[in-house]
Ligand binder design. Structure first.
Ligand code: ADE
Length: 270
């Protein structure tokens, strides 16, 4: 009887363990070497913040099933990179980057951590950061992508079977470099009217590494496969592009970036 109770208790905890294992798999992790900042990303989290897409002419890319597709030159990872979290225990948090937004305490994570470590390692200089703060301060309010118009053309005399045709034009902004690109996409707000600017980092599969730091060979994704991307001296320009994208995205993102960069300058030499 005791054994049955113990077994039932164990079975009851299985969904919890499965949930934890899944959360751990989806977690972006950041580590450093002597001259690189290494990011670990999940390859098969198709509904999450990191998705595999096939390149398309419109630049948006087409989502694909990574375990059913040979991933190679035609593919890229689209990462909705974050920069802050209310969770002080997040694995990529930098506790020294702490600020308040609308009364809530935030800690730098993901992008903030990458920038913090890059300044410590010298991939970005303090002058780079100072120069970026200056550029972000001088972006006029009219330039923010979030306020760029989305237009709808409605055709009054061209209805088909009673269905009226309307065409929506949504702007998208892309900065491409040899090692990856950054995109600002306008997305309809989930629980409000209007659009919000989302920033995505696009990493070509050809730049993606395995745990040993070697290029990942073309092939289907294995179950729960994680992959790596190194920020180095060679591709530090991509980091500046990401900062600039957030600075251009909206007034709030611009303010957050300047706050974070100032805290990086204050603490990177601690
Ligand atoms: N806030 C934090 N990360 C973001 C992202 N990638 N795009 C838009 N807003 C964000």
């Amino acid at each position: 009887m005791q054994k049955i109770v113990a077994l039932l208790a164990l079975l009851a905890t299985l969904p919890f363990h499965a949930f934890c294992a899944d959360a751990a798999y989806k977690q972006v992790l950041i580590s450093t070497g002597t001259n690189f900042v290494r990011v670990r990303l999940p390859l098969t989290d198709v509904t999450g913040k990191v998705r595999v897409k096939e390149k398309s002419a419109d630049g948006f890319g087409i989502p694909i099933a990574p375990s059913k597709t040979v991933l190679g030159k035609k593919h890229f990872l689209e990462w909705q990179i974050g920069y802050d979290t209310p969770n002080v225990n997040d694995p990529t948090v930098v506790k020294k980057i702490m600020f308040t937004r609308k009364g809530e305490t935030k800690y730098g994570h993901e992008l903030s951590r990458i920038i913090f470590e890059s300044v410590r390692l010298g991939l970005l200089s303090t002058n780079d950061i100072l120069a970026e703060i200056k550029v972000l301060e001088n972006i006029p309010a009219t330039e923010f992508e979030e306020s760029q118009p989305v237009s709808v053309d409605t055709e009054t005399n061209n209805s088909s079977g009673g269905f009226q045709r309307a065409v929506q034009r949504v702007p998208q902004f892309t900065k491409t470099s040899p090692h990856g690109s950054v995109q600002i996409q306008l997305k309809q707000k989930q629980r409000a009217v209007g659009y919000q600017a989302m920033v995505y980092v696009c990493l070509p599969l050809t730049e993606i590494l395995t745990l040993d730091g070697e290029p990942r060979k073309a092939g289907r994704a294995k179950t729960k496969e994680t992959v790596y991307y190194d920020f180095t001296n060679e591709n530090a320009g991509l980091l500046r592009d990401i900062l600039r994208a957030f600075g251009l995205a909206s007034a709030q993102h611009n303010e957050d970036m300047r706050t974070i960069l100032k805290l990086v300058l204050e603490h990177a030499a601690d």
